[in-house]
Structures are given as C-alpha cells and as structure tokens.
Design a protein around this ligand. Sequence first.
Ligand code: PLI
Length: 458
Amino acid sequence: MVTKYPAEPFRIKSIEYVKMNTREDREKLMKECGYNPFFLHSEDVYIDLLTDSGTTAMSDRQWAGLMMGDEAYAGSRNWYHLESIVKEYFGFKYVVPTHQGRGAENILSMIAIKPGQLVPGNMYFTTTRYHQEANGGIFKDIIIDEAHDPVIDLPFKGNVDLNKLQALIDEYGAHQIAYVCVAITVNLAGGQPVSMQNLRETYELCHKHGIKVFIDATRCVENAYFIQEREPGYANKTIKEIVLEQFKYSDGCTMSGKKDCLTNIGGFLALNDEDMFTEAKELVVVFEGMPSYGGMTGRDMEAMAIGITESVDQAYIEHRIKQIRYLGDRLLAAGVPIVEPIGGHGIFLDATRFCAHLPQEQMPAQALTAALYVESGVRGVERGIVSAGRDVNTGKDHIPKLETVRLTVPRRVYTYAHMDVVADGCISLYNKRETIRGLKWVYEPKRLRFFTGRFEQV
Ligand code: PLI
C-alpha cells in the first residue's frame, strides 16, 4: 500500500534521552563556538540534523552482529562476510575495505589520477574534490544546469549533462580525463537522484572513449528508491535489483558505509579491474590497515554486512524518504524557501531567499545555521560558500549558486513528532528572518574549512 507519510516500520527497543536547554544557553554557546555548530557538544543539541553520516540507529540484528566480531589482525570472518555481501549487492569483482568513504576516495584518487588530468563529476563534494585535487586532478562540474537552481522541479535533478561531458572530451581529449565520478544521489544539490537512463548513457559515452566511470555510492539506496518511484519500467522492481543495476553502468565505486550501509563507521572501494585492485591493496595497507579490515574492527564489518541487507528493505527506505518529505512539505506549506524537489537525505533551506537581506560574502547559510540552533536547539549544517572553499590555483572563494542549510535526517533515529519540532523552529525563525546577522571569518583553515572555521557577527 502506498501511504503519503508511512509510520515508522520499527518499534523502539532502546532509547537515548535528549534535553532542551534555554535560549540564553544557546546564544552563549553559539558565540563561544565561533558560530560554527561543528564545535557544539552534542549534548547541547536537542535535534541533531548536522549529518546523516554515522548517525544511524542500528537494528537489534546489527547489535547482535557486533558480538560476532572476529578481531583477528588478518583474515577476520566478518571481512569474508562483508566482502560476499558487497559482491552480491553491488556486483563488483573486488572489494577493498576502508575506515570510511574518504579513505576509499584517497586510494581511488591516488591510483586513477595523473597530475593535470580532469575529473568530471555531477557537482563537487567536499572530501571527494579534496582528494582529487590533492592528487593533481582538476574537478569539472558536469551536472545539468538545473541542479544549481533551487526552484526548478525535475524528477532526476542530479543527472549528468552529457553535452558538458562530450564538450570536455572534445576540448581536452579522452586521455586527459582520469575518470568520471557520478554521485548517486547528489549530496550538495539537495540529495537529488540520477536516473538509470542517465547512468546508462553516461557509461556508454565514457566507454566509447575508453574512460572509466566510478560511482560515489554513498546514498545509492536512496537513489534506487527514486528510480523505483519515478522512472518508467522500475515500479515493479525491488530496491535490491535497482541498486545492483545502477552499478552495471560503472567500473567501480567508493562507498561511505556511514550512510546507506546503516552503520556508524566504515567504507569500501569496489572495482572490476584486477590491476587497479592490486594497486589499491598495496595502498590500503599504508593508509588504512590490512586488506581484510581497512581500518574497521571485525564487529564494524559485521554490522555493515547486516546493514547492507537491511538497507534495501522496501518499508525501511519508503519511510525514510517520506519522513523527510513530510518535513519539507510542512516547510513549503508555510512558505519557507527550500530546495525543490525534496531530495533523499535531508531538507535544504535556501539561505539566499531565507536571508535575502544578507550578501553572500556575509555567509548567509552559516549565519542561518547558527540562528536556527539559537531559535530551536536544532543543529543543521552550512552547505554554501563556506563549504565550497577556495580555488586551489587562484586562492579565490568558490562562489556556489546554491547557498543552503542542510537539515540532514539520521536514519531510523527520529520520529514525525521530531520533524514537527524542526518545522516549527524553521517557521518561527522565518517569520523574523531580518534579525539574522551576517558573519565574517575569525579563523579560516586551509583545508575543508567548514569543519573547523570560526566566525563572528558583522
Ligand atoms: O564521511 P566519509 O568519509 O565516510 O564519506 C565521504 C563522503 C563521500 N561522498 C559523499 C557524497 C558524502 O556525502 C560523503 C560524506 N558526507 C558527509 C560527512 C556529510 O555530512 O554529508
């Protein structure tokens, strides 16, 4: 049965209390942490929507799996379990475990990029682009133009623009392209999905020119749900079948297990090329650990193997997507500007329209994130000019068209009542939005500056 907002498909077996502090507390705390909510103690946060990464509530089966951890330095049985599950669900020949997604990005960038080569991708992601650039790659954005516009409503707003990709091949030559990175879904576009047709066409174009395609699989189950919901021919396929088909149109993937694998830590690189696999195994021992654990404990690997099997459950993924849609629908009904259509892992407040009185150099999304915490005890995260960082060559700020605050919903953690609290907080702040003050830098880190930067009010 298709329900607009299905109830939680689980019952709660263990709980963690949260507390609401006072507005005066929150004003003081936000000033002390330099208007960067990454510095807040999580105990001072009432509803934590900073990220959906590693914040999942594990199931009883996963907790039971932890007790099955084989903590041998080499050859842990949990590794063989995880390896077989990844092969079955993702369809690749080889798997290299890593401590989390960026560990896999580091290894892939080291083995696949020659200095000066381009790495086209459907919008940048912070850690992904960092590793590409650190290995001499040049990121090129090939997402469709509409993805940079918060109000255009398209079913697959994360799609690769094949004309942009073709133009890069024509201008630079295929040999100058290290590989194409396709993220499913696209995080910073608002969790927007990529269609199966677009995955297929991107792969066909690349292979015609001998270019490899690597998928950023971080939210591949959410992407599969949107394909099932929206793409002709997929309504009767299972999520497991759709997930598997997505990877047919690629040569490998990087995975942050902390999202769609339903675990608190872990990741992997999976691929089909034997030579690349050999090189990746040589590097994993340098940066992560043995090729049979890659920075994870045996129990983490067991939890991840079980998490992957649970993630393709229809009731789970439908509730997840629709719970987020509930929050977005409430905001839209109250006139609060958000990125549309509502995507897979959170709601993105459109800070450009929300804080129309602030110029982008005063970092409206950072200011809005701070103000929302003070207003409601809800922690979101800036995904705008601060996250975009500086151009490695010119040193100038990247100026993203999307200036957003991401309210990222952890998996299986919060209820619809929590979503109401978040919506009420956003709406009451929107009604006094002119009171939000802009920010300026006090300390700007050289790398991934959004994590540890500090600000003060203008
Ligand atoms: O946080 P990691 O190292 O496990 O994964 C890095 C990473 C890669 N790709 C994508 C699309 C991500 O979203 C991602 C991590 N995302 C975080 C931490 C987030 O808050 O969105």
